[in-house]
Design a protein around this ligand. Structure first.
Ligand SMILES: CC(=O)N[C@H]1[C@@H](OP(=O)(O)OP(=O)(O)OC[C@H]2O[C@@H](n3ccc(=O)[nH]c3=O)[C@H](O)[C@@H]2O)O[C@H](CO)[C@@H](O)[C@@H]1O[C@H](C)C(=O)N[C@@H](C)C(=O)N[C@H](CCC(=O)O)C(=O)O
Ligand SMILES: Nc1ncnc2c1ncn2[C@@H]1O[C@H](COP(=O)(O)OP(=O)(O)OP(=O)(O)O)[C@@H](O)[C@H]1O
Length: 514
């Protein structure tokens, strides 16, 4: 598995199709000669072009992709697909130009045509929400494997076919890569695919050309206010996933108020789930036991049918995530008893969720969890989960993403300070921002708490985790929120290798805890 490796995002044995047929079927305009031109793939980054590809030139924030058409031709592109502005820009590229008014709007269907992904698709599952998408996707992937299916996965952390995986760049790949991945999965006889769908992916039409069998809505809370003006706009970006042209059925968690809005406003059959005691839903999850190594729960559905099992991760929220995964499979046509049978056989949902409250410590010494939480709600939920499984203090290490929704930082600091006993505020992906000013807002938030925690500031994350471990006693817990599965820190656009889980293990070893 390699960062930037996109090998799984296109078929190994592509099917060649005449460009003229594409042009005819989609009623597109053409400049240049396309007679005899055969297409085997499609890509919107000229660096990822391989011979036989159509290069899609999109207008971006920094450039018009069509300006890079000559480079695409050098790598073997057979044509450029672009908008009227791009057609002018790419005029001298030496490639035939296919013109479409709005390439993003057409890209899903065109990519589906190139890779023939509409023909006999696998079972298609989608997961959206502010928090929990990656976790639910891995839980689905795990149960599908336990049921004996070859399963495929696309998440923030990895794209995977069975046990082969590559590191992800975006949460949801662009439409060209989504369909390339589906084609690759078909070659590998994948029967069920789970795709994590971000709000940005819906806004940017990355999952067009797909009709999901079941789509789940998990929750909505403050995040991504750099992409969306407010919660209403953020919600409006998510809602289109629950329309008949995108999904056949919905599974909606009523754990956030926004779930009720999805139920009221969507136009496909809906099944509801909740982990809250006083909310009416089709399915209810009850947490039976919370341990440092996992959570046991019971899920009860219509006519009292129930299932009792465990997930090997801490937290009420993980039981709620697992419940959504199970209900999605029931809605997809799997028998609840068959699911119950494999879970009983294996003793739990067998999965590995990278960097989501992942315990990296051993049985001796403080419990150390590395998490991907980077929103106020994720902090609340994980701190609550840790508090319920440890007797001692919580020492929390965290920072905040640079160049991402700066308005949430104060609240993150306050929540951390109210939920933990000791804070170590550090750096996390400063990108092009000044890391000291990110920390200062987090610290301000932390100091504004009703009953503030003991607060430390340590710039370097490696030193921060070592301080946290040195402050922790046998019965305490260290929660490192932010880096999760990531293997680098982004400093001014440079990806500096940094693996928080590895650093945390080292820090424990150096402190004599393993
Ligand atoms: C802000 C944003 O949406 N940026 C996206 C955008 O980049 P851009 O507008 O800066 O593109 P650009 O650099 O102007 O380039 C224009 C075109 O030229 C192409 N190009 C560019 C350079 C080059 O050398 N060769 C080349 O062909 C690009 O592929 C693009 O098509 O177009 C690129 C190609 O499609 C995307 O990869 C990129 O996503 C960036 C990486 C991103 O971070 N997106 C975020 C907003 C995002 O989508 N996040 C969500 C989830 C987040 C979450 O839940 O936490 C996600 O699904 O990942
Ligand atoms: N059901 C949930 N409700 C609230 N918070 C959750 C839930 N599930 C997970 N979280 C928190 O959100 C963090 C991110 O989890 P996960 O990666 O599964 O979500 P995500 O929606 O995929 O986020 P991202 O798109 O940023 O990867 C977790 O590490 C945890 O702190």
């Amino acid at each position: 598995m390699q960062d930037g490796d996109s090998s799984l995002l296109r078929p190994e044995h592509p099917i060649s199709r005449p460009l003229s047929t594409l042009v005819e079927e989609f009623g597109l305009d053409v400049r240049g000669d396309i007679d005899g031109v055969e297409v085997t793939g499609i890509a919107l980054d000229n660096r990822k072009i391989i011979p036989g590809d159509v290069f899609v030139g999109l207008r971006g924030a920094h450039r018009h992709g069509a300006a890079l058409a000559s480079g695409a031709r050098e790598r073997g592109a057979v044509a450029v697909l672009t908008d009227p502005e791009g057609a002018e820009i790419a005029a001298d590229s030496g490639l035939p130009i296919v013109i479409v008014e709005s390439p993003r709007e057409a890209l899903g269907d065109i990519s589906a045509w190139v890779y023939r992904t509409i023909e006999s698709p696998p079972l298609l599952l989608a997961v959206t929400g502010t928090n929990g998408k990656t976790s639910v996707s891995y839980l689905l992937h795990g149960i599908l494997g336990q049921l004996g299916l070859v399963a495929g996965l696309s998440t923030t952390a990895e794209r995977a076919i069975g046990s082969t995986a590559i590191t992800s760049e975006l949460t949801t790949p662009e439409a060209t890569e989504v369909h390339g991945l589906l084609a690759r999965m078909r070659e590998n006889e994948v029967r069920a695919v789970t795709i994590e769908v971000s709000a940005q992916a819906l806004t940017r039409r990355r999952v067009d050309g797909i009709v999901f069998d079941v789509a789940a809505f998990l929750n909505l809370s403050r995040d991504h206010f750099d992409d969306y003006a407010d919660m209403e706009e953020y919600f409006a970006a998510k809602l289109p996933l629950f329309s008949p042209d995108r999904a056949k059925r919905a599974v909606v968690s009523l754990d956030s108020e926004w779930g009720h809005r999805v139920v009221d406003e969507c136009h496909i059959p809906v099944t509801t789930v909740t982990s809250l005691p006083n909310v009416d839903a089709d399915w209810t999850v009850t947490v039976l036991q919370e341990r440092v190594d996992g959570t046991e729960f019971e899920l009860t559905g219509p006519s009292g049918r129930s299932i009792r099992t465990s997930v090997g991760v801490i937290g009420h929220h993980m039981a709620a995530n697992a419940a959504v995964a199970i209900v999605m499979l029931v809605e997809a046509g799997f028998d609840l008893d068959a699911i119950g049978h494999v879970l009983d056989r294996d003793g739990e949902i067998v999965t590995r969720i990278p960097g989501r409250v992942e315990r990296v410590s051993e049985s001796r010494g403080p419990a150390l969890f590395v998490d991907y939480g980077h929103s106020p709600d994720a902090f609340t939920v994980t701190l609550d989960a840790v508090r319920r499984v440890v007797e001692g203090r919580i020492i929390m290490v965290f920072g905040a993403d640079g160049d991402r929704d700066s308005g949430k930082r104060h609240e993150m600091g306050r929540i951390a300070s109210e939920g933990a006993d000791v804070l170590v505020v550090t750096d996390y992906n400063p990108r092009f921002e000044d890391p000291a000013s990110i920390r200062s807002v987090l610290l301000e938030g932390a100091r504004s708490a009703h009953d503030p925690a003991e607060i430390h500031e340590v710039e370097a994350p490696g030193k921060a985790i070592r301080l946290a471990v040195s402050l922790a006693g046998e019965n305490d817990a260290v929660l490192w929120a932010g880096p999760g599965h990531e293997d680098h820190i982004d400093i001014r656009g440079e990806k500096v290798p940094f693996d928080a889980r590895e650093e945390a293990r080292l820090a424990l070893r150096e402190a004599g805890w393993s």
